[in-house]
Design a protein around this ligand. Structure first.
Ligand code: 6PG
Length: 233
């Protein structure tokens, strides 16, 4: 059963998510010497990364930043998930701690490059300490879209293309469901009334939604009150 927390508004959710990430990082660095987190793309997490960049007490010396998915655009492109998070964090982290997906390489080459980056870093099973996920209007997570064969992929990183109607209509690189599912913790960040119905369906386990396949003890949902409107809590 996934755990759910409802925050009064998006700003409160941003602060809560940033604080929770700091606590997870402190524990991971204390216990394992490093903290590997996969950041989310989309617009919802931007406020979280802005809050995180300003937060005191984050053990940045042990933090390794990864991404859950990326659009196949250069890192300085307005649609880049790396670009969004990096600008929001506005940190000065050594480049060896910043593991961005190379969207500019294209879907297949970018996915292969990231798979080897994960292999080198984890040197064994790919187990993130934390994976942040947004929730697409169609229930997609990272760049894993409803009805697509990538949902059944077993390799750690896949390439995909969004279903019609989703923007941006560019190829993607994404962690696979098994990689997301293997993480020590997964956290959904969901804000706004527009997500209320799909969030409720995902939490009820609607099998048509990729988000429904990310569930269990290690999964938590942070929603603001607007996004939680559809939940029968
Ligand atoms: C992406 C994201 C995607 C995102 C959802 C929600 O690259 O688009 O990783 O999975 O999290 O589409 O996006 P919003 O937060 O913008 O609604």
């Amino acid at each position: 059963m996934s755990r759910i927390a409802v925050l009064p508004n998006a700003e409160a959710l941003h602060e809560e998510a940033a604080t929770r990430l700091r606590e997870s990082a402190l524990t991971a660095v204390r216990e394992r010497g490093r903290f590997a987190v996969a950041l989310s793309g989309g617009s919802s997490p931007k406020g979280v990364y802005e809050a995180l960049g300003k937060l005191e007490g984050v053990p940045w010396e042990g933090v390794h930043l990864f991404w859950g998915d990326e659009r196949c655009v250069p890192p300085d492109h307005p649609d880049s998930n790396f670009g969004m998070a990096w600008a929001a964090l506005s940190l000065d982290l050594p480049h060896e701690q910043v593991h961005r997906m190379r969207g500019e390489l294209g879907p297949e080459a970018g996915a292969a490059h990231y798979a080897s980056e994960l292999e080198v870093f984890f040197d064994g099973p790919v187990v993130f300490d934390l994976v942040h996920l947004g929730l697409g209007p169609d229930g997609h997570v990272a760049s894993l879209f409803p009805g697509q064969p990538t949902l059944e992929a077993t390799e750690p990183v896949v390439s995909s293309f969004p279903n019609e109607g989703l923007s941006p209509q560019v190829a993607r690189i994404s962690l696979s469901l098994p990689t997301i599912g293997a993480a020590r913790a997964v956290q959904f960040l969901v804000t706004g009334e527009a997500k209320a119905s799909v969030a409720a369906r995902a939490l009820e386990g609607d099998p048509r939604l990729p988000a429904s396949r990310v569930a269990g003890e290690r999964v938590s949902w942070l929603l603001d009150e607007a996004a939680a409107r559809g939940l029968s809590l």
